[in-house]
Design a protein around this ligand. Structure first.
Ligand code: HEC
Length: 113
């Protein structure tokens, strides 16, 4: 029994010290919470998939969140689109995609910096 204890601790340590929840992006959290119930990753790999570029992927995300009455904001839809794109699709994000953050304000103007 005594020799089994260290092994159990190692196992527990692995379980408890897995990747921290905070490492998940908002898009991944939303997707795993609301969307994986009835599709696995297979739906994103199939030959005749509906998402063929960034826009159609985002349209599918918007469609599915409305089917689920989730009332996601544009940011939520963009976050999940980004997560799916990075995980499965690899489309080129639309230029000026909503996820691009612009600097809030210029700290200095002209030549007096
Ligand atoms: C009720 C079950 C169900 C739920 C819940 C669901 N999906 Fe789906 N999803 C499907 C099915 C079935 C398909 C494939 C058939 C179709 O596209 O009409 C699909 C297809 C998709 C596709 C297109 C895949 C491709 O490339 O063809 C995307 C993107 C998608 N779902 C995103 C989502 C997101 C985001 C959510 C959560 C808001 C979600 N789904 C929730 C069942 C579901």
């Amino acid at each position: 029994m005594t020799f089994a204890l260290p092994a159990a601790c190692v196992l527990l340590g692995v379980l408890l010290c897995g990747p921290p929840a905070a490492a998940q992006s908002r898009g991944e959290l939303l997707y795993t919470t609301h969307c994986v119930a009835c599709h696995t990753t297979e739906v994103h790999w199939r030959d005749r998939r509906l998402a063929t570029d960034w826009d159609s992927l985002q349209a599918q995300v918007a469609r599915w969140q409305s089917i689920g009455f989730l009332a996601w904001s544009d940011d939520d839809i963009a976050a999940v689109t980004k997560y799916l794109n990075e995980s499965y699709y690899g489309f080129k994000p639309r230029s000026g995609a909503p996820m691009v953050l612009t600097p809030a304000a210029k700290t200095c103007e002209g030549s007096r910096c």
